[in-house]
Design a protein around this ligand. Structure first.
Ligand SMILES: Nc1ncnc2c1ncn2[C@@H]1O[C@H](COP(=O)(O)OP(=O)(O)OP(=O)(O)O)[C@@H](O)[C@H]1O
Ligand SMILES: [Mg+2]
Length: 465
C-alpha cells in the first residue's frame, strides 16, 4: 500500500507517515474549527511539496474568498490555477454529484487535464439537502466516494458537525479527522483527533494545533516527543526494554520513582526487575515491603529474578525495615529492623542511623519504601514531612528511591505531594480485566500511552504492549 503524506506539519507524524492513497477522508468539525483551512493546506502542500495537483470543490464560499483567506498564509492559489496545478470549482452539490458520475463530463476532463491527485469537497453537509431518507443519503455518499476513488484521487470530504452531534456516516470513509476547539482562559485551544485511519498505525487522542503564518501546525504531545534532554547522571535499564523506552531511556541515580497502583494491579514485576538490575550493578537494597509481602517470602520472589537476598545480607548490602510484627528468616534477622512499635521520634532516630549507613557507604542504594504503611502508622502529615527530607537526602547521594503507594487509599493532597516529589511516576491499574501501566511523568520529560502488562515465563516476567 502506498501512503500519501498530507504535508501538514505534525499530522503525518500522528498518522505514522500518511494516509493510504486513493482513500476518502472525512474532516468533521463545528463551524470555525478550520476545516476549510485544513482542506486548502492539504491541497497547497500537495502541489508545493509533492507535485500533486489538486481540485477544490466548494459549495459554500466564492473562490474569491478562498483566494483571500489563503493569501493570509502566503498561499497564492490564483497563481497555482494559472500554472495549471489547481482548479477551484464553485458549484452546487446537485450538479457536481450528477456530473461526476457521467463518463466524459467536464469534471472528468479536469481530472484528466490537470492530472489531479488531491481533492477537497467543501462540504458534504450540503448533500443532506438533496437527499431524503437516511438510507438514500448513505447511498449517495457511498456512490460519490466511489466515483472519486475511480479517479485515483485522495479526497478530503469536509463535514460540518455540532460538537455534540452523533457521528456522520463515518464507516463510509477510510479515515476520519475530527476538529474541535475549547476555550482555555482567554485563548481558544484548537484540536485535531484522528478517530480512524484504515491501514494506518495512527496514534489516538486529541492533539492541539496552532495557526501559524504558514497554516496549521499540529503539536506533538509528550508521549510523541523523541527529544530527551541529557540526563545529569548515568542512565540505567529497568530490566525491561519497553519500559526503558517509555521512560525515554531508563532511570538514573537520584531518580525518585513513584509506583502508584489502584490497589488491584500489583507492581511486583516492576519492583522485582528494578531490584535485580540494581543488585546487578552492585547497589545495596534498603527495603520496607508493603503489607502483602514480608521478609519470609521476599527472598523467594527475588530469587526468581536472580537476586540472592541472603548473600546480599551477608555482604551488608541489605537493610530491611518492617512495619509489622512478622516473621523474618534466620539469615536476615540481623539485617531487618522492626519499626512497628516505635513512636515517631524513635522512628526518626532509627532512620537517622540507617541513612547514615547508606550515605557513608561506598556504593549506591536502591531504597524502596512502602508509603501506605508509613501513612497507616504515622498519618499523612508526618509522612509528607519525613518523606520530603528522606527523598532530598537520598537523591542528593545518588541513590535511587522507589515509593510504592496505593493511590486509591490516600488523599488527593497526598497524591499531589507524591506526584510533585517523584521525578518519575509509573501508574498501574486493573481495567477491563487488563493490567495496565502508564508513565505519566519522567525525568526525561516523556510520558507514555497506557500500556498493557502481560506476564511472561522468563525474566523480567512481563512484557508491555
Ligand atoms: N489568517 C488567520 N489568522 C488567524 N486565524 C485565522 C486566519 N484565518 C482563519 N482563521 C481562523 O480560522 C477559523 C475559520 O477557519 P475555517 O474557515 O477553515 O473554518 P471552518 O471549519 O471551515 O468553518 P465553517 O464551518 O464555518 O466553514 C476562523 O474562525 C478564524 O478563527
Ligand atoms: Mg469552511
Amino acid at each position: 500500500m502506498n501512503f500519501l503524506e498530507t504535508g501538514i506539519e505534525g499530522l503525518d507524524q500522528i498518522l505514522s507517515g500518511g494516509i493510504p492513497e486513493r482513500s476518502g477522508v472525512l474532516v468533521e468539525g463545528p463551524p470555525g474549527s478550520c476545516k476549510t483551512l485544513l482542506g486548502m493546506q492539504y491541497i497547497y502542500e500537495g502541489i508545493k511539496k509533492y507535485n500533486q495537483n489538486g481540485l477544490y470543490v466548494t459549495f459554500e464560499q466564492f473562490p474569491q474568498d478562498l483566494y483571500r483567506d489563503a493569501l493570509n498564509f502566503g498561499w497564492d492559489l490564483k497563481k497555482l490555477e494559472k500554472e495549471g496545478k489547481l482548479k477551484i470549482i464553485f458549484t452546487s452539490p446537485e450538479v457536481f454529484e450528477q456530473d461526476i458520475k457521467v463518463v466524459g463530463s467536464w469534471v472528468e476532463k479536469i481530472f484528466f487535464d490537470l492530472n489531479v491527485q488531491r481533492v477537497v469537497i467543501d462540504s458534504v453537509t450540503h448533500f443532506q439537502n438533496i437527499t431524503l431518507g437516511k438510507a438514500e443519503k448513505r447511498k449517495v455518499i457511498f456512490g460519490f466516494c466511489n466515483a472519486l476513488k475511480r479517479q485515483n484521487v485522495t479526497t478530503f470530504f469536509i463535514k460540518e458537525v455540532e460538537q455534540e452531534e452523533l457521528p456522520f456516516e463515518e464507516y463510509l470513509f477510510d479515515a476520519v479527522f475530527n476538529l474541535s476547539y475549547k476555550e482555555a482562559g482567554v485563548t481558544k485551544n484548537r484540536y485535531i483527533e484522528v478517530k480512524k485511519a484504515r491501514g494506518c498505525n495512527h496514534t489516538l487522542g486529541k492533539r492541539i494545533f496552532r495557526l501559524t503564518n504558514r497554516g496549521i501546525n499540529v503539536l506533538p504531545d509528550k508521549s510523541m516527543s523523541s527529544f530527551c534532554p541529557m540526563p545529569l547522571a548515568q542512565v540505567f535499564s529497568t530490566g525491561a526494554p519497553v519500559l526503558d523506552e517509555a521512560l525515554g531511556g531508563g532511570l538514573s541515580s537520584g531518580d525518585v520513582v513513584l509506583l502508584g497502583s489502584d490497589g488491584l494491579a500489583g507492581t511486583r514485576e516492576i519492583v522485582g526487575s528494578l531490584i535485580s538490575e540494581a543488585v546487578g550493578r552492585g547497589e545495596g537494597l534498603c527495603i520496607s515491603p508493603c503489607s502483602p509481602y514480608c521478609f519470609m517470602d521476599l527472598p523467594k520472589v527475588l530469587k526468581m529474578y536472580g537476586v540472592d537476598m541472603f548473600a546480599l545480607a551477608k555482604k551488608d548490602k541489605l537493610i530491611g525495615v518492617d512495619f509489622y510484627q512478622r516473621a523474618v528468616p534466620e539469615e536476615l534477622k540481623i539485617n531487618v529492623i522492626n519499626v512497628g512499635q516505635l513512636e515517631p521520634t524513635e522512628f526518626v532516630k532509627v532512620f537517622r542511623e540507617i541513612n547514615k549507613e547508606m550515605v557513608d557507604s561506598p556504593f549506591a542504594w536502591l531504597v524502596a519504601k512502602d508509603v501506605d504503611s508509613l501513612i497507616l502508622k504515622f498519618g499523612e502529615e508526618f509522612t509528607k514531612d519525613w518523606l520530603a527530607k528522606q527523598i532530598a537526602l537520598l537523591r542528593a547521594h545518588g541513590n535511587l528511591v522507589l515509593l510504592f503507594c496505593n493511590l486509591n487509599s490516600v488523599s488527593e493532597s497526598m497524591i499531589g505531594f507524591l506526584n510533585q516529589n517523584a521525578s518519575t511516576v509509573i501508574e498501574s491499574w486493573l481495567e477491563d480485566n487488563y493490567h495496565q501501566l502508564q508513565v505519566t511523568k519522567s525525568s526525561c520529560n516523556k510520558t507514555s500511552n497506557p500500556l498493557i502488562l502481560k506476564n511472561i515465563g522468563e525474566k523480567p516476567f512481563f512484557s508491555l504492549e
